[in-house]
Design a protein around this ligand. Structure first.
Ligand code: S3P
Length: 450
């Protein structure tokens, strides 16, 4: 499927956004491990969350979806049924890594597999610590498919340092830790998203989050912060069911925020957007770049901060991103790049090598796609440099099997000098199925073709 963008229209009005992808994954899986019925509203129904729901069916968990309302009947961590064939996690790293942790904790044998793209992503980062916990799990040269055998429960609690901050790895290990004897400690070099901790706490689990300062690199005398999560396994494991209205996904909102900022004459309102501080690095960066964004009606929804946003077209200036911010906007670099393409001066991203391990190599593929639209982008080992212009040329570009790249290129086209065509745009439905409709409702000229 192709998207054709005719630039030049302002975006105006109010848009509704899909439920948060990370929270939807967790909601479905954690509810399956709970005892009793959980109910969720504003659940994200998309390619990747369907992979999670189908995996739950394969594990014998009944669920019902009415519109965006999901109900799931959990029977406890130790009552999952071994699946009769390999579970297909589609293109979803979150599905594979979180399921691996839950199955490890449940002691259920299974094979987890997925798309060619998912088979390229690193899995040793979960397999090695799971093995240390006593889980019978094997990868295929560090990649999927993952084969889980029958593990001896209880597992061993570990004290593990993650080389790269990752909520998927942390969540995987926390789920396994539910079935470990004692307290599991996980140490991260950055503040990865904490939805798992918030949700498990509301299900009655003892999870704590702390920060500790270490001397860091002794030669350079740079102090470092270590982000420490501890989970003490409840015995016996009994998770309370959940009821929650899910926040709108900040990572989907990011594309509309940038779209409004760069399209002359725009003013839009987005309501009930998830504003968990481990996710909102892009908001801070954009405001520092000169963005006119108001945050109001701040509230809490199901243990997660939310708020409304009013965004007006703004002239932005280039910026530099590194350090903890990289983690707190890890999914927002494609949207950021679209904003930086319209900012005055140069923008630079460093210490972001992890972007090479997302749905695509998001350093290489992002820079190549931006260049196809006439934007000057240079790849670096751990980031990229981008020279802003008031209006990029436009052209034809492929989403490269990555939903966020597809959306970023589309947004970058909204104020370009010539039309933009996105090839392979069907992938956008993995996280934001109503992307085209939403942009059109706000006034953009976007049409689909086969
Ligand atoms: C996610 C965590 C992030 C993010 C991904 C979703 C999650 O990955 O990139 O889109 O739901 O836990 P890492 O935490 O592995 O960086």
């Amino acid at each position: 499927m192709r998207l054709h963008i005719t630039p030049g229209n302002p975006l105006r009005g109010e848009a509704s956004l899909p439920g948060d992808k990370s929270i939807s994954h967790r909601a479905a899986l954690f509810a399956a491990l709970a005892e009793g019925e959980s109910r969720f509203d504003h659940f994200l129904i998309s390619g990747v969350t369907r992979a999670m729901l189908e995996a739950l069916s394969a594990l014998g968990i009944p669920w019902k979806l009415h519109g965006e309302h999901l109900s799931i009947i959990g029977r406890g961590l130790h009552n999952l049924k071994p699946p009769s064939r390999a579970i297909d996690c589609g293109n979803s790293g979150t599905t594979m890594r979180l399921l691996a942790g839950a199955l490890a904790g449940a002691g259920v044998p299974a094979v987890l597999d997925g798309s060619q793209g998912l088979r390229m992503r690193p899995m040793r980062r979960i397999v090695a610590p799971l093995q240390e916990m006593g889980v019978a799990i094997q990868d295929d040269e560090g990649r999927a498919p993952l084969k889980l055998g029958v593990s001896q429960i209880p597992l061993r609690a570990i004290d593990h340092t993650l080389p790269v901050a990752s909520a998927q790895v942390k969540s995987c290990l926390l789920l396994a830790a539910l079935a470990a004897e004692g307290t599991t400690t996980l140490r991260e070099p950055g503040p990865s998203r904490d939805h798992t901790e918030r949700m498990l706490r509301s299900m009655g689990v003892n999870v704590t989050s702390d920060q500790a300062f270490t001397t860091g690199d002794v030669d350079l005398q740079v102090p470092k912060t270590e982000y420490i999560t501890r989970l003490t396994s409840p015995s016996p494991v009994a998770l309370a069911p959940l009821e929650m209205y899910l926040p709108a996904d900040f990572s989907s909102a990011a594309f509309l925020i940038v779209a409004a900022l760069i399209s002359p004459g725009s003013e839009i309102v987005l309501r009930g957007v998830g504003l968990n501080p481990t996710r909102t690095g892009l908001l801070e960066v954009l405001v520092e770049m000169g963005a006119d964004i108001q945050v109001y009606n701040q509230d809490e929804r199901g243990g997660e901060p939310v708020g409304d946003l009013r965004i007006c077209n703004s002239q932005l200036v280039g910026t530099q991103i590194c350090g903890d911010r990289v983690v707190r906007m890890i999914d927002e670099f494609p949207a950021f790049a679209a904003a930086a393409a319209y900012a005055e001066g140069e923008s630079e991203v460093s210490q972001a090598e992890e972007l090479r391990h997302k749905e695509s190599d998001r350093i290489s593929a992002l820079c190549a796609g931006l260049r196809a639209l006439g934007i000057s982008a240079r790849e670096r080992r751990d980031g990229f440099t981008l020279s802003g212009e008031h209006a990029p040329r436009g052209g034809i570009v492929d989403a490269g099997g990555d939903h966020r790249l597809g959306m970023a290129f589309a947004i970058a086209g909204l104020a370009a000098r010539e039309p933009v065509t996105i090839e392979g745009a069907q992938v956008i439905a993995e996280s934001f199925p109503a992307f085209t409709r939403t942009l059109t409702q706000l006034g953009a000229r976007v049409v689909q073709s086969q």
